[in-house]
Ligand binder design. Structure first.
Ligand code: BES
Ligand code: ZN
Ligand code: MN
Length: 522
């Protein structure tokens, strides 16, 4: 059965005048539809996978037969060995106009690898014409492969073209179809429609928010974007707190960071109660600095523009809640996003100022550029007081120190519990977003003692652990707590199969997998 994915509409949700087009799947005049079919291949452009065992899979052998065996000859001539991720373009093998060949390696493929294969196809394909991707014969769970490859394709083909003047594609085709061909298209379609497609939308939301300039995304417009994203999603409540409510809650740190900007801060709380009433939720708390100039402790000029993505943590929280809520998981989940713009001005906080947090504890601000820990201190206190979560995870582009330690490969994970750290590493590996631990001990807490306040906000090296100690000061002692510092992974200077260059939307896949893991462990 050939069925057009109705859920494809989810790629096209607009976000009103400010956000127009960010959600269009191909983000230009053309739209891409993803389909799952078991039809005889009629497409002019196809993609195939060849593994390293030397024999062509049955599906690829059938394709080769259509070319009267010339595909097999061409692969031999090119000495194509099937090394994982190797790409080869073949043209003019009638009846096909072009064939993209991607190596599938020698191992049984993991979910992560299947997604990577889809990403390789996305990067190799010309987005002017329709394409059939032959997904058969790749993994033991065949009914999953097409869906996972499609997810990788959707993630790998992301592009942000909103500000390009030339919107119209050169091709006459207005709607382009990418079909994922397998013997069992129905379960693949169901998996994509009910689960993976929602994760893709969550990642795209996060990428859009991290790519969108600070001129258009500030706390209030970000809140509008979140409202639009969740419009009509069942069991979700959104609360956007402004200055007056922050004052009532004594959120002196969040208000302090935001006070130098003409755009007021916001605390956004999204709750999804899909689980049993009264069961404590998982809480995800995200840093949402819509632009980080450093404040009075102004950042140097070079690379400052990239600080438009300093809301990555908050964006990952929203994207994850969306995926979990759309999937309808039987779980209670809360997202708290601390939104502020860190600007220098006559009204801005100064180095040396002391801020009183919601918890009652005071922080001496050593550098106004260490603003993430300040906004998180209030958001974390709020999350614990209001929801008493069974697991508290905060996620933030917190320190250059984390980026220097891990590069673009691993997010930093810091916990007070080694088992939990190991769980996070295992989950990250499966989800395709890796994390690796750094320490947090008594010495880090000792280092942030202040002469005049309860703690000070910075204390030199080791920066990532010091940042975690500031945040840890606000986490209840027996609370299950995970700190994620994603300053290195949220922005890629070199494309990955499922993540183009630029803002990665890191954390949606990871946090989504954590939420699933917690449910599976029950
Ligand atoms: N948003 C930055 C951290 C960052 C740096 C993210 C590079 C992505 C790439 C954060 O607010 C910051 O400025 N951190 C300071 C902390 C310092 C003042 C203790 C840093 O890492 O330099
Ligand atoms: Zn920052
Ligand atoms: Mn900063």
């Amino acid at each position: 059965m050939m069925t057009v994915l109705s859920k494809i509409r989810l790629f096209k949700i607009g976000l009103g005048f400010i956000f127009s087009c960010i959600f269009a799947y191909a983000a230009n005049a053309n739209t891409t539809q993803l389909k799952f079919d078991d039809m005889d291949i009629k497409a002019e452009h196809i993609a195939i996978f060849v593994d390293e065992d030397g024999d062509l899979s049955e599906a690829v052998a059938n394709i080769s037969a259509k070319t009267e065996g010339r595909l097999e000859v061409a692969l031999k001539d090119a000495e194509f060995k099937g090394e994982f991720g190797k790409k080869l373009h073949l043209y003019g093998l009638a009846p096909f106009k072009s064939i993209i060949v991607v190596g599938a390696g020698e191992d049984t493929l993991s979910v992560r690898q299947l997604r990577d294969l889809g990403g390789y196809v996305a990067q190799a394909s010309n987005d002017n014409h329709s394409l059939s991707v032959i997904t058969e014969g790749l993994a033991t769970k065949a009914e999953q492969s097409a869906a996972q490859i499609a997810m990788g394709y959707a993630l790998g083909s992301y592009a942000f073209k909103k500000y390009k003047a030339k919107k119209v594609n050169t091709s006459k085709e207005q709607t382009r179809t990418v079909s994922f061909h397998s013997k069992t298209p129905e379960p693949a379609k169901a998996l994509f429609e009910n689960d993976l497609g929602h994760v893709v939308t969550g990642v795209k939301f996060a990428r859009d928010m991290g790519t969108e300039p600070g001129k258009t995304i500030y706390p209030e417009t970000y809140a509008q974007g979140v409202r639009k994203l969740f419009n009509g999603v069942a069991n979700v409540k959104i609360e956007v707190m402004g200055l007056s409510q922050m004052k009532r809650n004594n959120m002196g740190a969040l208000m302090g960071v935001g006070q130098g900007s003409i755009h007021d801060p916001r605390l956004i709380v999204v709750t999804y109660m899909g689980g049993e009433r009264g069961v404590a939720p998982i809480a995800l708390v995200g840093k949402g600095i819509t632009f980080d100039t450093g404040g009075i402790s102004l950042k140097p000029n070079s690379g400052q523009w990239a600080m438009k993505s300093d809301l990555s943590g908050a964006a990952a929280v929203a994207g994850t809640l969306y995926a979990v809520a759309k999937r309808g998981d039987k779980v209670n989940l809360v997202g708290v996003m601390a939104m502020a713009e860190n600007m220098p001005s006559g009204d801005a906080i100064r180095p040396g100022d002391v801020l009183k947090t919601m918890s009652g504890k005071t922080i001496e601000v050593m550098s106004t550029d260490a603003e993430g820990r300040l906004v998180l201190s209030d958001a974390i206190t709020y999350a614990q007081k209001e929801y008493d979560p069974r697991l508290l995870i905060n996620i933030a582009t917190l320190t250059g120190s984390a980026a220097r330690a891990m590069g673009e490969d691993y997010g930093v994970v810091i916990t007070r519990d080694w088992d939990l750290a190991q769980d996070m590493m295992r989950i990250g590996k499966l989800a395709g977003e890796d994390v690796w631990p750094l320490p947090l001990n008594k010495n880090h807490y000792k280092a942030i003692r202040s002469e005049i306040a309860d703690i000070k906000s910075t204390a030199g090296n080791p920066g990532a652990s010091i940042g975690a100690a500031v945040i840890g000061t606000f986490v209840d002692e027996d609370r299950k707590w995970v700190h994620l510092d994603i300053a290195g992974v949220d922005w890629l200077t070199k494309a990955r199969p499922t993540t183009p260059k630029g803002h990665a939307g890191w954390g949606v896949r990871f946090l989504n997998a954590v939420v699933r893991d917690v449910q599976q462990a029950e």
